[in-house]
Design a protein around this ligand. Sequence first.
Ligand code: SAM
Length: 275
Amino acid sequence: MTYLFLQKKIEKELNDSGVDSPHFSSKILITHFLDIPQYVLFMNSEISEKSEKLENLYGALLKVKNGYPIDYVLGYKYFFNLKISIDNNTLIPRPETEGLVDLVIKENKNYSKNFADVGTGSGAIALKLADTYPGSKVYATDIYKKTLDKAIENSKILKIKNIFFLLGENYKPLKNYISKINIIVSNPPYIKTSLINNLEPKVRNYEPIYALDGGENGTDIIKELVLNLPEKTKLYLEIADYNIPSIIKCCKAKMFSWRFEKDIFNKLRYAVINE
Ligand SMILES: C[S@@+](CC[C@H](N)C(=O)[O-])C[C@H]1O[C@@H](n2cnc3c(N)ncnc32)[C@H](O)[C@@H]1O
């Protein structure tokens, strides 16, 4: 069998199973599991890889056909230029979250102050901030140890040193550092509990629910983050548009300024609080 034949066969199987982007997915699965560069796929040469590699590829293909997210099968996702290792204890980093970090970077050029990322998951936000601002300290927290361990592993793989990991909920683990933190960035769980069942099956069935479910109105954690925000600290949040009334109410109660920004899909997705 040739590489080209294999690619067409896998693309068809993915397409027949209703997997998104079957052409791209077939190429990424083959190059990853056979450990070959992309150009080899276009050569009409016979496959020379050992059967073990092919077995791993077919095992992965079966999982993807059954709805398991391809990013978990591959075990990584790119967040900007950073290859972030992920597993099913961590949310798969999203383009909307790259948008959140883009906004922070665009609005805080040549910054040398300190950041926190509350609910760091794989560490994506915190790692990109630490990489972008080498003169800053970035404190990354998560409520779950297994999740935080993945973020720690990523900082080691990427050799990013100006990042510090703390376990605990909301601002609790930051209490000894909070006076040194100028900007808090967070992509907290913000989906209404009643909408969790409407999520795509590959999200609902395989991504950690504790990373998504924000309680009855989606704002259980957001409210904690706004109402307990220190007076001199700016907060950037990723949100859903239906979180907005509750966010405004909390900002009014604390006399904080607020502003909302759109994501690449033209949806109100970010809140900037206490500028
Ligand atoms: C939406 S995910 C975001 C993960 C990562 N920051 C990203 O953007 O890809 C939310 C993260 O918050 C963590 N989390 C949930 N509740 C929390 C809380 N009360 N305090 C701190 N972290 C929390 C979850 O474990 C999860 O990793």
